[in-house]
Design a protein around this ligand. Structure first.
Ligand code: NAP
Length: 329
């Protein structure tokens, strides 16, 4: 008998038919209020779940007594309660690597857009305000040759360092749990404490995961260490930053600009003070959002789920403890 999979993200026809060859599939198109009710109704029969951008907490997953595997179409796993999944022996998998380069492209787009004031000045043209040659009040700052500071030197951090070092001749500084000798050799990068990096870097880029340890990592004290010319870029998760402290730092000129792909609350409320600031470039969580990369992520997620439901260890298993329980149990 086929196992039952609940999808809370639409797949391409090719991937959908591949999944349907192996499983009975219920598609919850949008996890809005109606979708959530349909998801709850489908959970009692689910052996596998596949989707993203939805908090799957214990009260919800308690509705799924047969659940064997959750396949997240993301690299970040902050929407899942790992202790809970481990306790129940539910395998969690994610989609690293396939999104690394695209997310680093997004980070670099934000670096260029903020430093060169691309959105603000493009809007000036669009709204008919370009009436004479621009002067120093519209100038931006150079990117090439400036110091790139990366907080979280993992896959995406490294891809950002590659762009900065080889493409733009930027000295690279980084902060991570532990020093990375291979990264230092490849990009001539220097390890710094968090405080030293905040003081020295021209561009401060967050590329670490949201965890209990990183939640609120960058707040008023950290913004106070940055320089008035510093540009802050967040392509990790909104909650790594104390957003009111970021707003205050921008309003008070403690930092020059911010490029933000992620926010404390998403979608970003339209009355957010961030949207009143010309020196903020805000994008709607588009880190990995290209046709090619989203398809590659979905394919990776389908592969992970099918392996797990076939009793195999998924390639991108996040919680080996649950696998250990399954093997020993
Ligand atoms: P990764 O390879 O696991 O890299 C994360 C790095 O962060 C690791 O090198 C780790 O350091 C470091 N780190 C973790 N906690 C830290 C802490 N408390 N202090 C300092 N460094 C810490 O992950 P990745 O594939 O690069 O992805 C990183 C994150 O980007 C994801 O978790 C996700 O939240 C976010 N992301 C966002 C988008 C988007 O759409 N904007 C897209 C993709 C990913 P060690 O190696 O030293 O342990």
């Amino acid at each position: 008998m086929k196992k039952h999979v609940v999808l809370y993200k639409k797949l391409s026809p090719t991937l959908m038919s591949r999944l349907q060859q192996h499983a009975d599939v219920t598609l919850i198109d949008e996890p809005n209020r109606d979708g959530l009710a349909r998801l709850r109704a489908a959970l009692p029969h689910a052996h596998g779940l596949l989707g993203a951008s939805l908090k799957l907490d214990a009260p919800l997953l308690d509705l799924a007594p047969h659940l064997e595997a959750v396949s997240s179409v993301s690299v970040g796993v902050d929407n899942y309660d790992l202790d809970y999944l481990d306790r129940r022996g539910i395998l969690l998998s994610n989609t690293p690597d396939v999104l690394t380069e695209t997310t680093a492209d997004t980070g670099f787009a934000l670096i260029l857009a903020t430093a060169r004031r691309m959105v603000e000045l493009a809007n000036m043209v669009r709204t008919g305000q370009w009436k004479s040659n621009i002067g120093p009040q519209h100038f931006g700052n150079d990117v090439h040759g400036k110091t790139l500071g990366i907080i979280g030197m993992g896959r995406i951090g490294e891809a950002l360092a590659q762009r900065g070092h080889f493409g733009f001749g930027m000295p690279v500084l980084y902060h991570s749990h532990s020093p990375k000798p291979a990264v230092e050799a490849r990009f001539n990068a220097g390890y710094r404490s968090l405080e030293a990096l905040l003081q020295e870097a021209d561009f401060i880029c967050l590329t670490l995961p949201l965890t209990a340890e990183t939640q609120g990592l960058i707040g008023a004290r950290q913004f106070a260490l940055m320089r008035p010319q510093s540009i802050f870029i967040n392509i990790s998760r909104g909650k790594v930053v104390d957003e009111p402290a970021l707003i205050a730092a921008l309003q008070q000129g403690q930092i020059r600009a911010a490029g933000l792909d992620v926010f404390e609350r998403e979608p970003l409320p339209h009355d957010s003070p961030l949207l009143q600031l010309n020196n903020v470039v805000a994008t709607p969580h588009i880190g990995s959002a290209t046709h090619e990369t989203r398809e590659a992520m979905a394919q990776c997620a389908v592969d992970n789920l099918l392996s797990a439901l076939a009793g195999e260890r998924p390639l991108n298993l996040v919680n080996p403890k649950a696998w250990g329980m399954r093997v020993s149990g």
